[in-house]
Design a protein around this ligand. Structure first.
Ligand code: C5P
Length: 229
């Protein structure tokens, strides 16, 4: 199963170490059922078969490492190079996985297992602009609803939404920019990787996202994504 990785240049980090409390399941979110398989199987298989990706590192909750290795074997996911124990936050899980990415890697894609329906079209959209000198590329969608800032239940302001987007994964980075963003030993609470690269002055390009990359948070999200399989 282990990919030696020496000639691999594009690595994917699949973060799957969340608890998924809002799903109300006994199992971590990555291991709830989505269709006939566990949720993690969908994104793991899609990244593994992507022509853009050479190797994959998966971050999972403590005590789910062996189940993940077994799943990778069952899927014949031959690009899986490492399965690591995730951290207390998404950023800590990314950091643990990034430690397994070899120095030779040029590009690292980070993807949420909670967005199962990743495909090669969006992977291509986030990877290609890296060749134009950006530090990172994120898929995004415009906001459909009116946005208001609220304090203690009262509207303070209606925000102009014309230059606002919601940002998804997969997010692609030059390996050097992502490593620099995670270099500090401080625990980081960022909800995506791009925000850490931005904080260091990195240039992040925005490309078109995909409504099918909905992040599964609730049971209703799970049912909706299952209906798209
Ligand atoms: O919690 P949320 O759904 O925002 O998490 C986004 C992604 O980050 C999920 O795929 C989840 O498994 C992952 N995550 C993680 N480690 C954590 C928290 C979240 O890998 N401690």
């Amino acid at each position: 199963m282990v990919n030696e990785g020496n000639e691999s240049t594009t690595w994917a980090i699949l973060v799957a170490a969340g608890s998924g409390e809002r799903l109300g399941s006994e199992r971590p979110k990555a291991f709830v059922a989505l269709g006939e398989r566990v949720l993690l199987a969908e994104s793991l298989e899609r990244l593994d078969t992507s022509e853009w990706i050479d190797a994959v590192v998966v971050a999972v909750p403590a005590d789910w490492e062996d189940a993940t290795i077994a799943l990778a074997e069952e899927l014949v996911a031959s690009k899986v190079a490492a399965v690591v124990t995730g951290g207390a936050t998404r950023a800590e899980s990314v950091r643990a996985a990034l430690a397994q990415v070899p120095d030779e890697a040029l590009v690292v894609i980070v993807h949420d297992a909670a967005r199962p329906l990743v495909d090669d079209a969006v992977i291509e959209r986030v990877i290609l602009p890296l060749g134009e000198g950006y530090d990172g590329v994120v898929p995004a969608l415009p906001l459909a609803d009116t946005v208001k800032r609220v304090e203690r239940g009262l509207v303070v302001e209606t925000v102009d939404r014309s230059d606002l987007v919601t940002v998804q994964t997969p997010q692609a980075f030059t390996a050097s920019a992502l490593r620099a963003a995670y270099a500090s030993e401080e625990p980081v609470a960022a909800t995506d990787c791009a925000s850490l690269v931005e904080a260091r002055g990195g240039r992040i390009r925005v490309v078109e996202g995909d409504v099918r990359l909905l992040k599964i948070t609730t049971g209703a999200d799970l049912a909706l994504v299952a209906s798209w399989l």
